[in-house]
Write a protein that binds this ligand. Structure first.
Ligand code: CA
Length: 226
């Protein structure tokens, strides 16, 4: 196996040509790639190999990709997950399940686009500021990647964490949805800004009584308010 300066990406995909294509593109970018063809083996590999990102197909033999993600999250594993979906109408279902998915691409997808999203997730995980942020009852410690409400820890996905960190980093500043998409996800999504709204809803749900810290600015986007 070649050197893995950028870390190992796990791909769980039962369609071999797709897996091979993804492997080729990620390898060229300096990632190591491990491939599994069914859900159970994928889950075991995720636990054994500690990848920097998991790329999960949804329809898999044995155990589907959403179940793999759910099992990881239930065991406290917040490794960034990108889903491969076969249909556009799966997106809402997948993002709305509170599975803790970070991103998705719809088949057929461009391998370059997938690589860009993997790199974005890895970069964000590595590039967070070290200053502890605090707005109202919410504190966020980028160095330890911990969020708490009134001192009680809150479990966020990698994307949810980075989104909240972005807002809390400049309280009172209004961020447009497109701006959040570019800054947090690192790209302009072809599917528009629905991803931002879905993730904001999930962060608010997890913040519970402190959900009001994220305020909607009608027709524009979001801001953090004490
Ligand atoms: Ca499949």
């Amino acid at each position: 196996m070649s050197a893995q300066p950028k870390g190992l990406v796990l791909i769980v995909e039962d369609e071999r040509p797709i897996a091979d294509l993804v492997r080729l593109y990620l390898s060229r970018e300096g990632f190591g790639v491990h491939h599994e063809s069914d859900g159970k083996a994928g889950l075991a590999a995720a636990r054994r190999l500690r990848p920097v990102v998991c790329v999960l197909d949804i329809a898999l033999p044995g155990m589907d990709g959403t179940e793999v993600c759910r099992e990881l999250r239930e065991s406290g594993d917040w490794t960034p997950v990108i889903f491969l979906t076969a249909r556009d109408d799966e997106i809402d279902r997948v993002l709305g399940l509170e599975l803790g998915a970070d991103d998705y691409v719809t088949k057929p997808f461009s391998p370059r686009e997938l690589v860009a999203r993997v790199k974005s997730l890895v970069r964000r995980a590595a590039g967070a500021p070290e200053r502890v942020l605090s707005v109202g009852p919410v504190t966020l410690d980028p160095g330890r990647r911990l969020v708490a409400v009134g001192g009680s820890p809150v479990a966020l996905t990698s994307t949810e964490f980075d989104l909240l960190a972005h807002l809390l980093g400049r309280p009172g500043r209004v961020f447009a949805r497109e701006e959040l998409l570019a800054s947090v996800w690192g790209y302009a999504a072809h599917t528009g800004t629905r991803t931002v709204d879905v993730h904001i809803a999930q962060v608010r749900g997890k913040l519970g009584e402190a959900a009001g810290v994220i305020r909607t600015v009608r027709g524009v986007g979001y801001t953090a308010d004490a």
